[in-house]
Every structure is written in C-alpha cells, then in structure tokens.
Design a protein around this ligand. Structure first.
Ligand code: GDD
Ligand code: MG
Length: 349
C-alpha cells in the first residue's frame, strides 16, 4: 500500500501577514481556489493509494479535518504533534503508524505547501519511482535548478537506473550561496523538491542508523499514542523530548540508499510572496493581482487584497499584501526578509 503523508506543520512566516501561526499558509487559497493542503490532497487522487495521513500541529486539527471534509477526502489518520520537532520526527510518526498495519507500506511524503502545475507529470514521476522504493531505496524528486537558491537541498545524480531514475551520489541541504552557484554552473545537480517516496521500513532502518535517539523517542511516543476517531495523539512527554531535525539533515545527507527521479511538472515551493507572483497569471504589464485591486501604470508587481480595495499607480517590482489588520509593502526582491519583520513583531509581543 502507498500512503500519502502530508506534512502540514510549518508556519510559513515569510508569507505574513496572510500566513499566521494560527492560520498558516498551507490552509489558505493563495494560488488557486483551494488551499495548498487541499490541492496536495487532490493531486494524490490520480495514484492508486491508501487514505492519506496528515501530520500537523494539535492546534490545527479542526482546520485540517474541515479542509479534508470540504474536498470529500477521508484521512487514514491525522497525527497531531504536541509541538513541532521538524520533518524527520514527523515522518517517523507516520512511518510507525503505517508499518503497524502493513509492514511493506510505502510512504509518499508531500509538503502541504507546494504548487504543481502538471499533475499528470507528477503522478508519472511517482509511478516511475515505486519499483526502486520497494527495493528499499529512499527516492527523492529532483527538479532542474534555475537559480542559485540557498533555501533548497541539492542532489548530485549518479549513474542511471532506469527512465528518469538515477543513483543519488550526494545530497547537500541548503548550501551557501557560492556553493549553490558552483552547483548550478556544474550542471550536475538538481534541486531537492522536498517530496520523498520510500518504504516505512527503510526509513525507520535509516533513522536507527543515523538518528537512533530520534527513533527511540518517536517509538516511545507512538507506543502510548491515544487514538480518538481519526485523531492520533503521540505521547506528549515522549515526543517533546525528541531531538528536532529535518529529514534532509538527519537522513538524506547521510544515507547511502538515496536515489532520484527527475521531475518536470511546474513545481514551486511557495516560500515567499515572489513565488506566488511566479506561478500566477499576469497582465500585460507583468502584474499579478488577487482580490479587489485597481492598477494604473504598474509593472511586474504582486497585489493581494483580502478585505479592502487596493489601488496603485506608477510602481514596479513591488509586493503589496492587504489584510484586515496589517498591510505589507515590500520590494519584490526583498520578500525573503519578511521573516525579519515577523521576528521583530514576536519580540514586541
Ligand atoms: N508535521 C510537521 N511538523 N510538518 C512540518 C514541520 C513539523 O515540525 N516542520 C515543517 N513541516 C512541513 C512544512 O509545513 C512543509 O510543508 C514541509 O514540512 C517542509 O518543511 P519546510 O520548513 O518548508 O522545509 P524547507 O522548505 O526549508 O526545505 C525542504 O523543502 C525544500 C523544497 O521546498 C527541504 O526538503 C529542502 O531540501 C527542499 O529543497
Ligand atoms: Mg518549504
């Protein structure tokens, strides 16, 4: 059985003021009619898969349940974390849950905050990766890089293993800018899209090798988990004691079982406002607008209105985001720094 595992525990602070701790970006319709969580769920409908498992924060349980209901999808389980411990433990919880009912379960790990324009290409890449995953390989989905992004992992492809399939020679999570530029120029590296396919057993085996304390904490947390309808609550004390780390640092940089399937499906990690401009439909002046917006002589900008009319004239390369209680105005090439504003706001509280 192939279980889609949706990771939905992030906060998305660079998409402030729309994304907030209580209402993070993956629950909002930012790129289309549905939220990114709902679009991710629907994307898995083309696969012959088991019911999806969502791993999210305890505080978001009703929002997640309601979003699933809206798109008519029944979750196999909603695993509720008492606190975020990053992605490696989140995937471990899902692996332990899945392996209890099927020792051969495959997990398709999907961040709940990505945009994919070509679902058929995504489904085809997953299908190509299944055979190697069944053999115990940890499959990554590699995207051809377009710029020296330092917010992504980089994968060096080794020898070919089938159509669009390669051995994974090296995995480097979030390199510095000079290293990312060198990788881009070499032409030998792909971006790690952050999606993975592997058997639950292989993942847990690699955790026991590379992060045994994390595995022990997650095993303890799941051994005394409480189940209440679809909600699965790992033991809070055990899970809070778990070391925090991402799957990329804890496992993918260290494993020798990595492999890659190349992916060309209009993938985008909607990490910051400029990424929404990238994937949106634009007018003749290169502007993308959402909500009630009037423009005059503006270029290459992104406007988001939530509750009031937004009007702009004579500006270029800006991002303007209006919500009921806050307005963001930013230069389009500085939108990564919105994180600093959010941190400053937190300190004021
Ligand atoms: N349940 C749960 N718990 N989910 C989490 C947690 C957690 O503690 N932390 C993060 N997530 C979710 C986020 O909501 C997101 O959907 C996904 O896990 C990935 O986490 P990010 O924090 O967004 O990771 P990243 O973007 O910095 O890096 C990853 O993705 C890049 C591509 O978008 C890495 O895999 C990189 O290598 C990759 O290039
Ligand atoms: Mg991300």
């Amino acid at each position: 059985m192939l279980v889609p595992v949706l990771l939905s525990g992030g906060v998305g602070s660079r998409l402030w003021p729309v994304s907030r701790e209580a209402h993070p970006k993956q629950f909002q319709p930012l790129a289309g009619e549905l939220s990114m969580l709902q679009e991710t769920l629907q994307r898995t409908a083309g696969l012959d898969e088991a019911a999806p498992v969502v791993v999210c924060n305890e505080e978001h349980r009703f929002m997640v349940a309601e979003q699933l209901r809206q798109v008519g999808i029944n979750a196999g389980a909603l695993i509720l974390e008492p606190a975020g411990r990053n992605t490696a433990p989140a995937v471990a919880l899902a692996a332990l849950q899945a392996i209890a009912s099927d020792p051969e379960a495959l997990l398709l790990v999907l961040p709940a905050d990505h945009v994919i324009q070509d679902t058929a290409a995504f489904v085809a890449a997953v299908s190509k990766a299944v055979a190697l995953a069944k053999e115990g390989r940890l499959m990554t989905f590699g995207v051809v890089p377009t710029h020296p992004e330092t917010g992504y992992g980089y994968i060096k492809c080794g020898s070919g293993m089938g159509e669009d399939l390669y051995d994974l020679e090296r995995f480097v999570e979030k390199p510095d800018s000079a290293t990312a530029s060198a990788y881009l120029e070499s032409g030998n590296y792909l971006w790690n899209s952050g999606m993975f396919l592997f058997s639950a057993a292989a993942y847990l085996e690699e955790l026991s090798r590379h992060a045994p304390e994390m595995l022990a904490a997650c095993e303890l947390a799941m051994a005394s988990a409480r189940q209440d309808m679809d909600f699965v609550r790992p033991d809070a004390e055990a899970f809070i004691a778990c070391p925090a780390d991402s799957i990329d640092y804890a496992v993918m940089e260290k494993t020798r079982l990595g492999a890659v399937v190349s992916l060309d499906c209009g993938w985008s990690d909607v990490g910051a406002w400029s990424a929404l401009w990238d994937v949106a439909e634009r007018d003749d002046g290169g502007n993308a607008c959402r909500g009630d917006v009037i423009l005059d002589n503006c270029q290459d900008s992104y406007f988001f209105s939530d509750s009031r009319l937004v009007a702009a004239t004579g500006v270029a390369d800006v991002v303007v985001v209006e919500t009921a209680d806050a307005v963001l105005v930013a230069s389009k090439d500085k939108v990564q720094d919105v994180k600093r504003i959010v941190n400053a706001l937190k300190e004021q509280q």
